[in-house]
Ligand binder design. Structure first.
Ligand SMILES: Cc1ncc(COP(=O)(O)O)c(C=O)c1O
Length: 370
C-alpha cells in the first residue's frame, strides 16, 4: 500500500484528490527523484537520454512488457506510447479507423463522450446510439435500448465519465462493430478483457503516470485504413512499426509510467488493486449515503470507483468546506468548474488512509460546520 500521511509527514505531503494530473505513488516519486540526475550509473538522467539510446530503449521495453503483463494484452494488439492526450485521440481514432465506412456509433454518457462525438463529427456521420442527457447523465443507458448501426466502423464509449462520476460496470455486447473505449480515468483500476476491444486509449495523467503520454492499445487487424491527411505521428500503423518512436516520444512520462507499472505489480496486480479500489469507493459512498448533508447524484449501479462527485446540503458553505479540507491536508476537492460541488478522485495512488481522512473530515464538518 502507499505510505500514509503520517508516514511521510503531513506538513510536506497532502492527500491529493485531483482528477488529473493526479497523485502518483510516493514510492514512484521517490525512486524517480533518486534517479533524476543519474539513472542507474548512466551518468545522465532519463530526461537527458536519447530515445534511441540503449538505456532508454531498455526502459521503454520494460514498461511495455509490464503493461502487457498487467492487462494480459494479447499479442495481436499493438501498445503505443503517443502524445496529444485523449482529446487528440478523439480526432485520431476516426482518422485511423474510418476507412471506407461513413458512419460511427457513439454512446453519450457525459461531458467527455460529448467532446469525443463533436470531434468525430468532423470526419463522419455520427449515430448517437444512446444518451443519458435527459436525466442529467446520472446513469448508463440500458444497452438493450441502444440503436446501433449495422454499418458503423466502430462503437465508441467512455467507460468512466471523469466529471459526472458515472461508470460502466460491464463491457457492452450490442454490436458487431469493434469497440473503442476512452479509458482515461479507469485504465489499470481493475482488470479488463482487452480482447473484447478494437481500441483502448487513455491520457496517462490519472491512473498511469504524468501528463504528456497517451496510451493506445489497438488490435492490429484494424490497422492499415488511415486517412491520407492523418499526420504520421498519429498513425497507429506507422507508430506500431516504429515502436512508438517514429518521432521523439514523451520519454520521461514513459519512464515514470513504467515505474507505476512496477509499483502495480508489487501491489499484487490488478485483481488486488481492484479490490482495494472497490473498498475505498464503498467507504466514501457509504459515508455519503449515511449522511443527511452530503449527496451523490449517480444511480447506485453506475457509480464510479475513481471519481466521486458530491454536493453539500448548504452550498453557501462549500468554500468553508474546501478551505477546511485544505487546512486538514485534503487537497483539490472542488468539483469540475462545469458542475460545481465537490469531487474526490481516488485513483490507485490514493491510499485508503486518505479516504479515511476525508470521511472523518466530512463527518466532522457535518457535525460542527454545517
Ligand atoms: C474520460 C476522459 N477523456 C478525455 C479526457 C481528456 O484528456 P486529455 O486532457 O489528455 O486530452 C479526460 C480528461 O480529464 C477524461 O477524463
Amino acid at each position: 500500500m502507499s505510505k500514509t500521511l503520517e508516514q511521510v509527514g503531513a506538513e510536506s505531503r497532502c492527500y491529493n484528490f485531483s482528477a488529473g494530473p493526479a497523485a502518483l505513488p510516493l514510492e514512484v516519486l521517490e525512486q524517480a527523484a533518486s534517479e533524476l540526475s543519474n539513472w542507474r550509473g548512466n551518468g545522465a538522467g532519463v530526461m537527458e537520454l536519447s530515445h534511441r539510446s540503449k538505456a532508454f530503449v531498455s526502459i521503454a521495453d520494460q514498461a511495455i512488457s509490464d503493461l502487457r503483463e498487467l492487462l494480459n494484452i494479447p499479442d495481436d494488439y499493438a501498445v503505443l506510447f503517443l502524445q496529444g492526450g485523449a482529446s487528440g485521440q478523439f480526432g485520431c481514432i476516426p482518422m485511423n479507423l474510418l476507412g471506407n465506412a461513413s458512419r460511427l456509433d457513439y454512446v453519450h454518457t457525459g461531458q467527455w463522450s460529448k467532446k469525443a462525438i463533436a470531434e468525430a463529427r468532423k470526419h463522419a456521420e455520427v449515430n448517437v446510439v444512446a444518451t443519458a442527457e435527459a436525466s442529467g447523465f446520472n446513469h448508463i443507458p440500458d444497452p438493450a435500448e441502444w440503436t446501433c448501426s449495422t454499418d458503423a466502423a466502430y462503437l465508441h464509449y467512455t467507460p468512466n465519465e471523469t466529471i459526472g462520476g458515472v461508470e460502466f460496470g460491464f463491457v457492452p455486447e450490442v454490436s458487431e462493430a469493434p469497440l473503442v473505449a476512452d479509458m482515461s480515468s479507469t485504465l489499470l483500476s481493475r482488470p479488463v478483457d482487452v480482447s473484447r476491444f478494437g481500441v483502448i486509449y487513455a491520457g496517462a495523467q490519472k491512473n498511469i503516470g504524468p501528463s504528456g503520454l497517451t496510451i493506445v492499445i489497438v488490435k492490429r487487424a484494424l490497422l492499415g485504413n488511415a486517412h491520407k491527411l492523418l499526420p504520421d505521428a498519429f498513425n497507429f500503423e506507422l507508430q506500431d512499426k516504429a515502436g512508438s518512436m517514429l518521432n521523439t516520444p514523451p520519454t520521461f512520462a514513459w519512464y515514470m509510467s513504467g515505474l507505476v507499472f512496477q509499483w502495480l505489480k508489487q501491489q499484487g496486480g490488478l485483481d488486488v488493486v481492484a479490490t482495494n479500489n472497490k473498498r475505498k469507493a464503498d467507504k466514501l459512498y457509504g459515508a455519503i449515503d449515511a449522511s443527511d448533508y452530503y449527496q451523490n447524484p449517480v444511480r447506485e449501479d453506475c457509480r464510479s470507483w475513481m471519481n466521486i462527485p458530491f454536493i453539500c446540503g448548504d452550498s453557501t458553505r462549500d468554500e468553508a468546506f474546501l478551505q477546511g479540507a485544505t487546512d486538514a491536508g485534503l487537497h483539490t476537492l472542488k468539483g469540475h468548474r462545469s458542475v460545481g460541488g465537490m469531487r474526490a478522485s481516488i485513483y490507485n495512488a490514493m491510499p485508503e488512509a486518505g479516504v479515511d481522512a476525508l470521511v472523518a473530515y466530512m463527518q466532522e464538518f457535518e457535525r460542527t460546520g454545517a
